[in-house]
Design a protein around this ligand. Structure first.
Ligand SMILES: C[C@@H](O)C(=O)SC[C@H](NC(=O)CC[C@H](N)C(=O)O)C(=O)NCC(=O)O
Length: 363
């Protein structure tokens, strides 16, 4: 197994010192939005959080205006309703300065041991941790090319008794950077892996790629690149309106548009979105196929997870830019890690995870 991993010629797995971020994305502040915060605890947390962010980033606090929904705290401590009016400029400033990175991508598999064997032996990943939640009847396995505190990894979910899922048409593939695609493909073939596209230059371009399939049919694109600290480098999702998606990921998520490439010959355009340069960070590769507005999502691929310093503010910003918050911010029962979840314009899900709570989970 060690030899297999070595012959993959994957990059040295040194931790990322820091996630380099640029601030190239710009957008106009146009309107204000309102959101309701349902409890006093959350309202007080938000106040503390604003102060915390000011201390952390040295930026001015968000402007909160009194509205009919505002927090009404009597001397007896009763809260009628809570609400905030978030100024877009401040939201933009905060989201760009928030400490964000892609943590992991979550998807379902039908046979955990089979997938772990394939990822470790054919893709050279390491099994980082496993957790079984019998009361919820599922098991997770985390695999990747370096420790979770500094690397993007996969989180596999096995639901007891479910051995098959529908991958749908919207999910594209995961990208893995390797130094020699042909050698990697040979190794994968020797291990019995399925190669769906032989090594060679990408159609309409020069970079050498290949595609393989894992035991559940998830596609992995092998991309020939020099050494990188983050070999697990892309999640490709298909979208129905690329400009709308780019704007959403820039404004609501604070991502940068790292690269956009149109391939008219093959009738598609891709946009790379992320929290730092592609050679050092995993990115979202959003693909628009000319004229295709909708895709089937299936039930196999689940979501990406992104670290944040404040899930409450994150949810506010997502709402401010028209995103759908599917899980209001707050601690998860049992483990107390604070999260919030939302969907993008195509319905692709993201879970934001509190950075400090996540670090505690890894201890
Ligand atoms: C280098 C980087 O930009 C790529 O590898 S793009 C890979 C390319 N993507 C697409 O074709 C996307 C559109 C396609 N219709 C889809 O929805 O998946 C690709 O897969 N090329 C295949 C090839 O054989 O070159």
């Amino acid at each position: 197994m060690a030899a297999a991993a070595a012959s993959l010629q994957l990059a040295s797995f040194r931790p990322l010192a820091a996630v380099a971020r640029s601030s190239t994305s710009t957008f106009a502040a146009a309107s204000v939005a309102f959101s309701t915060v349902p409890s006093r605890r959350v309202a007080l947390f938000n106040l503390a959080s604003v102060i915390h962010q000011v201390q952390l980033f040295g930026i001015k606090p968000w402007k909160h205006r009194k509205t009919v929904n505002d927090v009404v705290a009597s001397s007896a401590g009763n809260i009628a309703q809570a609400g905030t009016t978030v100024n877009q400029e401040d939201a933009t400033e905060w989201v760009k300065k928030d400490n964000r990175r892609l943590l992991h991508v979550v998807y379902r598999v039908g046979d955990l041991d089979k997938t772990i064997k394939f990822y470790t032996e054919c893709l050279g990943m390491k099994l980082l941790r496993k957790r079984d939640i019998p009361e919820e009847r599922y098991t997770n396995a985390f695999l990747g090319y370096g420790p979770e505190d500094s690397h993007f990894v996969v989180e596999l979910t096995y639901n007891y008794g479910v051995d098959k899922y529908d991958i749908g048409t919207g999910f594209g593939h995961f990208g893995i950077a390797v130094e020699d695609v042909a050698k990697t493909v040979d190794l994968i073939k020797a291990k019995g892996g399925k190669v769906t596209r032989e090594p060679g230059p990408v159609k309409g371009g020069k970079s050498v790629i290949a595609f393989i399939e894992d035991p559940d049919g998830y596609k992995f694109e092998l991309l020939e690149r020099g050494p990188t600290p983050e070999p697990l480098c892309q999640i490709m999702l298909r979208v129905g309106d690329l400009d709308q998606s780019i704007e959403f990921y820039q404004k609501a998520f604070g991502m940068d548009l790292l690269r956009k490439r149109d391939n008219p010959e093959y009738k598609y355009t891709v946009a790379m979105m992320g929290y730092g340069p592609e050679d050092k960070n995993a990115v979202l590769e959003l693909t628009y196929n000319y004229g295709v507005k909708e895709y089937g999502k299936g039930n196999a691929y689940a979501q990406i997870a992104v670290g944040t310093d404040d899930v409450y503010k994150t949810a506010e910003v997502v709402k401010l830019y028209g995103g759908k918050v599917t899980r209001e911010p707050g601690p998860l029962p049992g483990i107390n890690t604070k999260i919030t979840a939302c969907t993008d314009p195509d319905g692709w899900k993201t879970v934001f995870v509190d950075n400090i709570d996540f670090a505690k989970e890894l201890e």
